[in-house]
Design a protein around this ligand. Sequence first.
Ligand code: PMP
Length: 401
Amino acid sequence: GSVFSHLVQAPEDPILGVTVAYNKDPSPIKLNLGVGAYRTEEGKPLVLNVVRKAEQQLINDRTRIKEYLPIVGLVEFNKLSAKLILGADSPAIRENRVSTVECLSGTGSLRVGGEFLAKHYHQKTIYITQPTWGNHPKIFTLAGLSVKTYRYYDPSTRGLNFQGLLEDLGAAPPGSIVLLHACAHNPTGVDPTIQQWEQIRKLMRSKGLMPFFDSAYQGFASGSLDTDAKPIRMFVADGGECLVAQSYAKNMGLYGERVGALSIVCKSADVAGKVESQLKLVIRPMYSSPPIHGASIVAVILRDKNLFHEWTLELKAMADRIISMRKQLFEALRARGTPGDWTHIIKQIGMFTFTGLNPAQVSFMTKEYHIYMTSDGRISMAGLSSKTVPHLADAIHAVVT
Ligand code: PMP
């Protein structure tokens, strides 16, 4: 017999497993609202025009080689990524106190940041929102941190539980790490206002809590790269330290290229240098050095004024299509007279709507309507189109009446 015969079959990933089930369904009306990937009105994956152009430039350049990147990745990409998230005029960049490393998309950036903190930071507890993206607790536990939650979402208002959030962060041991979704909170689509961010910042700084921003949707929430980065820039402007994990999966559509960055904003250039030297010790035994292609695409786009501008337009178009799907779904439910308050569909921000549907209702919609989504009732608005909105509205109407 095999030495592995004692293994039990592991369950599918709760998010990626939705696509596995979807793929097995032969129904022509099936609809996948599970995975957070952008789709066009025709329901097709989208490669941005500006990405095609950048790739063409890379292919035409015969001087390009396939040598290993340094452990920290593509240095120009790192500089441009820090500038994109912190702002071109960031004092922290000017003072050389930001250490940035290229990582394997957002997930890899969170994992490297988590391991760095577990090794070198005095507090080993990270607070994550309740609820959060399902991968967060696993990433940080395996990185060596102990994971606790803070209140975030209020099911009764389908909005922010701001009082609960302040109480829980206020009660966290001094120095604790706090994971913050920079914008477009996953799965709830509920973000603090700028005034609330300012209160969170003051509370965290007064208690020495360490901010770790997860920025997986810069530009995807509001359509503006600068607006979506504002909470992070408020924390950097006060001169304090923080970590930022960036992903180019959604905003450049580079999902499978696995390109992202981890930046650690420090108090001085001297500290930032030491931090970078230690980040290299985390990365080298993990995967040695990151891939070259995705980071090269990003660098071509971010360094060129025209391509950058073109990118912002394509990004805005994706964000606008998602916002328009919110309006269409809301209107379709209103037209059907579906009972309940559905205004959260148009109030929530980013890729997802947290519908408030329970696991039994989700399972009914999958069985009877071939609509696939995570069991917490989260739907990806990016997977909808004008053609499929009526089908989803019919299913929601049927399940709540
Ligand atoms: N954080 C959050 C909140 C996310 O939703 C995602 C993507 N689903 C990620 C991080 C990381 O994704 P990736 O590794 O594909 O960049």
